[in-house]
Design a protein around this ligand. Sequence first.
Ligand SMILES: [Zn+2]
Length: 146
Amino acid sequence: MVPRKVSMAKRKFAIGDYDLVVKRSRAGCGLFTRDPIEKGRCIVEYTGRVLSTAEEYTTRSKYLFEVNKRTTIDGRDRSNTARYINHSCRPNCEVEIWRGRVYVMAKRAIKPGEELAYDYGREYFNEYIRPKGCKCAKCSPGGTGS
Ligand SMILES: [Zn+2]
C-alpha cells in the first residue's frame, strides 16, 4: 500500500476556521474578519446550487457566480457567507476555482476588523457597478462605513 498524501491543492483549499461576521459597510452589508488571516490562505467557499442553462437566463438572483462557460452557481442562500463579500478595485482577497468549486483566498495578510473584498471582474463591474459608482475604498475613500 502506498501511503495517501494530502495533495498540495487539497491543503491549499482547506477552508480556514476564521471568525467572519456580516456587518454594515460602505456598500450596504459586507463580510468582515475578526481574525488575522495569512496571505494565501483559503477563507471561505462560495457555495450554491448549480443552475441549468435555462435557469441561467431566467433567474433573477443577484448572486450568480460563473464558474466556467458551462457552470453557474446561484449563491443566494444565506448559508453562503461569501455572498456578503463586496467588490473592491484594490481587494484583499481573490477568487480561485478548483475542481468546479469557488474559493475565496487571502491576496495579502488581512488584519482583524478588515472587510473582505475581491475584484468582481471587468464584465460585472461595467454592467452593475460603474453605472451606480463604485463604493470601494479605492474609488470613494471618504465613503461612509468602515
Ligand atoms: Zn472601486
